[in-house]
Structure formats: structure tokens, C-alpha cells
Design a protein around this ligand. Structure first.
Ligand code: SF4
Length: 466
């Protein structure tokens, strides 16, 4: 055989002409604004509840999908890829469940439903492990369930660029960002009130009724075009209402919960209603604030921009990172300003509420020897830094993460072993939420709470004997 023939490489049998660019996500134009209903949910019911005000004022047809329930996971697993983390199963499952429900109630075909409904949510930037896969995964489950070309609008994702051309019916513009931030803060405030009142109230049913009343009052205030005036007035009113709730004078063990943001902040079946369980078992729990998570996202992007400026390879890259840094600084200042302004009106101290936002720079310094703050993904250094921050001031510390969460289970928990060896007094428990297995997980939490009660009594008796 001639040597040229010997070296010749056989051409492949199949040549792919084009790269697959994912599922299509057609735009939604203004002319169809009144023909399409926006379906939306955000981790926890109260955020989407308050965001209704935005859609109401702007004349959209909308439906709040509310809280996540266990059933969402089953739908998500049926149509989703294997080995996803469960926030993805919860969220994608909730869309599919809703679409099949709409089909059952209206008798519309799947093609009609795909034209008449659109889904809006967050997601897509959670961690390096599933980085950017959330939007494609949403589209995959929806398409596989037969709702071909169904449209989604997801913040923090490149997918929004292609789905929002000029003339779109919806944009993630400045006002949307401000209003979703207000919705998040209001949801956080109601949660702060629940954490302050529920474990101490003489009448728990009364607290639940007042929380519902407060939600309705705030939603009405937010629906007003003058909401910048009506919300502070409503917040003052509900703060007075909460401060009049009769409470037992008790000292309860204090429990801090950290973890991956969905497992930590779902406040529904997404994390087995973890904080409510802790309160109903006779402990006080620190509120889990979504505003803190928003600030962490800004903080992370700020650090990335600073690093990018330092190592930029050319002027174009330098300009990009400088512009990103300016955006993050403005965004952080706006979030802090709105939070403090509304918090002043709400005055959580009046009823024992804890609405403290932690200083992220301080946490970064605290955690740096054990978890570098520029290792991003999930909650980054926060779980470790918070364990150090609260090591001597709480009676129990829980780190909650979804089953299969790489940054939280795979990395943070490994480092927590070191933190526990340094602070053996830290009554630490790590749990993995999976959307099933509730009894097993809550019984482990019960054991931690039992130990927290013992710890509080022991610490109190040591103080008395001093
Ligand atoms: S951080 Fe955890 S929950 Fe978030 S995408 Fe990664 S594995 Fe999933």
C-alpha cells in the first residue's frame, strides 16, 4: 500500500451541518399583549403574590402560580433530564403541572396553550455546576410534554436577549427590576414578622390571620400608581398591628438556617416548610431574607468585575468590566436604599423582628481562610462564613441544600467539618432536601432542636452559677 493511502483519514459517515442552538423561544410582540397570560412564580408564594401589582398596573393578563408543592418534583422528574438538582425539578415541574391543568380546564389544544400563555421566572445563574442550563431545561420539559414553541422569560439569562427583540410585549426594564425588588422586600418583611411572632404568640391562629391581612393591605398599597407613598403608610399600619399581638414572655433557643438559596428560602414544601416547623417545635428561627441573596449576587458580580479589570487582556475587555462594575455599584446602592427606606417605615424592632442584612465584605474576610470568597457557585463562601459569624450566638445551626447540589453538599459541607472542629459548641446539622423524604429530614431537625434546647438550658445555668 502506498504510504499516502495509509495515512489518509476516513471522512466521518455523518457530518453535522449546523450546531444545535437549543429549543426555540419565539418572541412575544406588543400586538399580542392582550392575548397572552403571564404565568409566574419565584421560589416562594409571597414574592409572586406581591409581584401581581406590577402586572395589574400595566394591564397584563397574569396568573400567580404561588408556592411550590411536592407534586411539582414528580412532574419535573417525569419530563426532565436525570441528575438535576431539585430546584430545577420543582420549577420546571410547576410549569408542566399548570399547563396540563389549563388543558384540562379549558379544553384548549397544546398548540393553543403555547400561543396563549407564557412563563416568567428567575433562574439560570445558580452555580457553575448547572450554569446556564435552567432555561434550556425549562424549554426541554415543556417541549417534551408536547407544548411545542411555548415561550419563557427568564431573568439573568442570555436567553432573554433573543426572546425580547424591539417591539416585545414585555421587557426586564428598570421599572420591572425596581418593582420585583419591592415585591421581594415586602415578602421578606412578612416573613420577618412571622418569624418574630409565631413562636411567641399566645394565639398562633391570630398571627396567621394578621399575616394574611397584612399581605392584602400591602398588595392593595402596591397596586396603587402612587405606591411610593402608599406602601410606607401601609407598612407603618401593619407594624402597629404586629406590635399589639399578645406574646408569651419566654426565652426560646435561637436557630440559624443557611444553605443553597432555594433549600434555604423556599418557605414552602420546597424545603419542607423548614422555618415553620422549627417555630412550631418551640424554637425561634432567624428569618431567611431573599434581599440578602440579591445583594450577594451583586457582590459576586462586583468581585468578578474587579478581577476582570485587573487581568483584562485588551481595552475592550477592560471597558466591559468597568461598565459591569459601575452597574453593580449602582444596583447595590439602589437595593440598600430601598431596603432601608422601607425598613424604616416597617420598624421591625417594634414587634421583635430581625431584619438585619449581613455585611458581605465582613463575611468574606471571616470565611476567607477556609473558603475563598471568589470561589463562586451556589452560595459561595456564605454558608461557611455565616457558621463562623453565628458560632457563639445561636443554639442551633442548620445548613439546608437540595439533593445533588454540588457547591453546597459537595464543597461547603466538607469545609464545615473544619469549622465544627474549631467551634465544637456549634450545634450543626446539614440536611438535603429532595422533595420527598420529609419525615426523615424533619426527624433529624427535631434531634437538633432537642440538643439546642439542652444547650440553651446549660448555657443559662452556667451564666447563673457565674
Ligand atoms: S448551586 Fe446547587 S441548586 Fe444551584 S444549580 Fe448548582 S447544584 Fe443546583
Amino acid at each position: 500500500m502506498n504510504p499516502d493511502q495509509e495515512l489518509r483519514v476516513k471522512p466521518p459517515k455523518f457530518v453535522k451541518e449546523q450546531q444545535w442552538n437549543g429549543y426555540s423561544n419565539p418572541p412575544w410582540y406588543k400586538k399580542d399583549k392582550k392575548k397572552v397570560t403571564v404565568l409566574f412564580n419565584f421560589v416562594e408564594r409571597r414574592k409572586s403574590y406581591f409581584l401581581q401589582a406590577y402586572f395589574h398596573r400595566r394591564g397584563y393578563l397574569y396568573k400567580d402560580l404561588g408556592d411550590h408543592v411536592f407534586e411539582d418534583v414528580r412532574w419535573g422528574k417525569e419530563y426532565g433530564n436525570r441528575m438535576q438538582c431539585n430546584p430545577l425539578y420543582f420549577t420546571s415541574g410547576s410549569i408542566i403541572k399548570e399547563l396540563f391543568q389549563i388543558q384540562k380546564e379549558t379544553g384548549l389544544s397544546k398548540e393553543e396553550i403555547a400561543k396563549r400563555y407564557i412563563f416568567l421566572s428567575g433562574g439560570g445563574q445558580c452555580g457553575p455546576c448547572r450554569y446556564g442550563m435552567y432555561p434550556q431545561e425549562y424549554l426541554k420539559v415543556i417541549n417534551d410534554a408536547g407544548f411545542k414553541d411555548f415561550r419563557i422569560l427568564i431573568f439573568s439569562s442570555d436567553i432573554i436577549q433573543e426572546s425580547m427583540p424591539r417591539g416585545s410585549a414585555f421587557n426586564f426594564d428598570l421599572m420591572f427590576k425596581i418593582e420585583i425588588l419591592i415585591a421581594i422586600i415586602l415578602a421578606d418583611f412578612i416573613h420577618v414578622a412571622e418569624c418574630a411572632l409565631r413562636p411567641y404568640a399566645k394565639d398562633k391562629e391570630l398571627v396567621i390571620k394578621l399575616l394574611t391581612k397584612a399581605e392584602e393591605t400591602l398588595l392593595e398599597a402596591f397596586k396603587s400608581p402612587l405606591y411610593f407613598f402608599t406602601i410606607p403608610i401601609a407598612l407603618k399600619k401593619i407594624s402597629r398591628m404586629f406590635s399589639e399581638v399578645p406574646k408569651h414572655k419566654l426565652q426560646l433557643p435561637r436557630i440559624y438556617v443557611t444553605g443553597e438559596f432555594f433549600a434555604n428560602l423556599a418557605h414552602n414544601e420546597g424545603n419542607y416548610n423548614l422555618r415553620r416547623f422549627i417555630m412550631d417545635e418551640g424554637c425561634e428561627v432567624y428569618p431567611g431574607l431573599f434581599t440578602q441573596r440579591v445583594l450577594y449576587d451583586n457582590w459576586r458580580r462586583t468581585r468578578e468585575a474587579l478581577r476582570g479589570i485587573k487581568y483584562a487582556k485588551d481595552r475592550k475587555e477592560l471597558r466591559f468590566y468597568r461598565s459591569s462594575l459601575r452597574k453593580q455599584k449602582v444596583s447595590t446602592a439602589v437595593v440598600n436604599f430601598i431596603y432601608k427606606w422601607l425598613c424604616k417605615a416597617f420598624n421591625p424592632q417594634a414587634f421583635g423582628g430581625k431584619a438585619e442584612i449581613l455585611d458581605l465584605n465582613r463575611l468574606a474576610v471571616l470565611g476567607k481562610p477556609y473558603y475563598h470568597p471568589e470561589i463562586f457557585g451556589g452560595e459561595g463562601n456564605l454558608e461557611v462564613a455565616e457558621a463562623l459569624y453565628y458560632a457563639n450566638s445561636v443554639d442551633g445551626f442548620i445548613s439546608s441544600k437540595p439533593f445533588g447540589c454540588m457547591p453546597s453538599s459537595g464543597v461547603s459541607d466538607g469545609v464545615q467539618a473544619k469549622i465544627m472542629s474549631m467551634h465544637p459548641q456549634l450545634n450543626f446539622l446539614s440536611i438535603e432536601t429532595s422533595g420527598d423524604n420529609e419525615i426523615n429530614i424533619l426527624s433529624r431537625v427535631s434531634m437538633l432542636l432537642f440538643k439546642a434546647k439542652q444547650k440553651m438550658r446549660k448555657d443559662a445555668s452556667l451564666k447563673t452559677s457565674d
